[in-house]
Write a protein that binds this ligand. Structure first.
Ligand SMILES: Cc1cc2nc3c(=O)[nH]c(=O)nc-3n(C[C@H](O)[C@H](O)[C@H](O)COP(=O)(O)OP(=O)(O)OC[C@H]3O[C@@H](n4cnc5c(N)ncnc54)[C@H](O)[C@@H]3O)c2cc1C
Ligand code: SF4
Length: 430
């Protein structure tokens, strides 16, 4: 049986591993190890915060090894997951279909989305968990004709405890993440190697022979007939660069900026993350308790239970790059104008809740949806294969997006991964 190596076990990697195991012998190489939800008491950390101990977002990695933080020269905080399940383990559980940009290229993923809806429980029936403040925000958005909608969530939310720690890993098994696809792949016979950081793809005479990786202190070569890179929007481009294949400087990250205020007893920190969203053309608005801003931004000085925030998640310009692990990303004038437009709407929503505009403060810009550095074009609408890649090398993660979604991408990445799998089966299957 032909050997397939999948690099990464996040949204794209776990999906292709599940789809291909059986037709091929799949080995998943994952840089991280088992995911463990953040286990520290947030109320104790809130007390510690008063001592001034928390001043740099990267400190979070000391307590939570599954989260990796980079800070750009422009002070933008970049977040990614580096354990089994990739960044899906840190997600807010949002399951949105966002394939408009792909449709414009002539790519129809209806069947793939339908399969995913058959395989993964998705619900938008969680209003019974919403706090009073969230319900009021929802009503105000409706009054302002912003057409808010509850966000569909991956998982079974009847058992949700409203602990508010979704982005720190769900300890109650409520939220679905890609480890469940990985488990199916393993039950079917796929091999999984953790703690294995792939450095480059080994190419001879225009064909991929395998990958070179670091496993512990050893350098190991893993032979393969087909390699699929799904190391995420920051890492896949680095592996390609190390292999002599240059990507495009079209990195987007979907930055978020929170607009916050004191609101006594709002308890947003004890509520499922991002309960509803307002969709605007270039950004979404959603209630969101931003832990990074709460712990590390000095303006966030009120108790967690009394802090209420609305997030603006922007579809940013595709103008960034990653080189030698160095992320270059700046917000353009247009990006900043759009964020400012979002800030004004959030201020208006909050003032209708009775909050004085002068008492509103902002969060730290952070981002966790990287992608776009090997974007699909019309020419690859059928093949999902960029001609700069050897025939037996594919990419199956957010790197393929033609543009920023400004929206949660997991469901759409998994739909693309299903299509990549079908194409590989057609091309290379027995
Ligand atoms: C806090 C937060 C909340 C989010 N909430 C949502 C949400 O609610 N809904 C949503 O749709 N999206 C959400 N996202 C975004 C979403 O999680 C990611 O966009 C998505 O998981 C990306 O999928 P991927 O397959 O491209 O990469 P990832 O899921 O990041 O997977 C990449 C994997 O590759 C591994 N890897 C990296 N480099 C190497 C290497 N060299 N060798 C081997 N393995 C490697 C990583 O450890 C990781 O496991 C959120 C992101 C963050 C940060
Ligand atoms: S709020 Fe619900 S879904 Fe989120 S981590 Fe807690 S139990 Fe899990």
């Amino acid at each position: 049986m032909k050997r397939v190596i999948v690099v990464g076990s996040g949204a794209g990697g776990a999906t292709v591993a599940k789809e291909l195991q059986g037709k091929f012998q799949v080995t998943v190489l994952e840089a991280g190890r088992d995911f463990k939800p953040f286990s520290f008491s947030l109320s104790i950390l809130e007390q510690l915060k008063k001592t001034g101990l928390f001043f740099d977002e990267r400190e979070i990695q000391l307590l939570f090894s599954s989260m990796k933080i980079n800070i750009t020269d422009d002070r933008m905080v970049m977040v990614k997951g580096i354990s089994l399940g990739g960044t899906t383990t840190l997600s807010a559980g949002n399951a949105l279909r966002k394939d408009r940009g792909l449709k414009e290229l002539g790519i129809n993923l209806d069947d793939e989305f339908q399969d995913l809806y058959n395989e993964i429980p998705v619900t938008n029936d969680h209003q019974n968990k919403w706090r009073h403040a969230t319900k009021r925000l929802f009503e105000i958005c409706k009054e302002m004709n912003l057409e808010p909608e509850p966000i569909p969530k991956f998982g079974n939310y009847e058992n949700c405890t409203n602990c508010g720690r979704c982005v720190l890993g769900c300890r109650y098994g409520v939220k679905w993440d890609s480890r469940q696809f990985l488990k199916i792949a393993q039950d079917r016979g796929a091999r999984l190697v953790t703690g294995c950081k792939v450095l480059k793809v080994v190419i001879e005479k225009g064909s991929v022979k395998g990958v070179q990786a670091h496993k512990g202190l050893k350098s190991v070569f893993y032979p393969a007939d087909i390699v699929i890179l799904a190391a995420g929007g920051f890492s896949t481009p680095i592996i390609l660069q190390n292999s002599g294949i240059e990507c495009e400087s079209r990195l987007f990250v979907d930055p978020i900026l929170c607009v916050a205020a004191e609101q006594i007893g709002s308890y947003q920190n004890r509520e499922l993350s991002m309960p509803f969203a307002v969709q605007k053309e270039h950004y979404i608005l959603s209630p969101y308790f931003d832990y990074l801003s709460f712990f590390f931004n000095k303006s966030w000085c009120y108790p967690a239970s009394d802090t209420l925030a609305l997030m603006i998640k922007l579809a940013d310009s595709c103008n960034g790059s990653v080189y030698n692990s160095n992320i270059r990303k700046i917000l353009t004038k247009r990006d900043k104008e759009r964020l400012q437009e979002g800030v004004e709407i959030c201020k208006e929503i909050m003032s209708r809740l009775g909050i004085k505009k002068d008492n509103i403060f902002l969060g730290t810009i952070n981002a966790g949806h990287p992608g776009g550095m090997l974007p699909l074009t019309r020419l690859e609408a059928e093949t999902f294969h960029n001609p700069i890649l050897p025939k037996n090398l594919y990419v199956s993660d957010a790197t393929l997006f033609p543009e920023s979604l400004g929206n949660p991408p997991i469901l759409t990445i998994m739909a693309m991964a299903k299509r990549v799998s079908k194409i590989i089966i057609e091309q290379f299957g027995q």
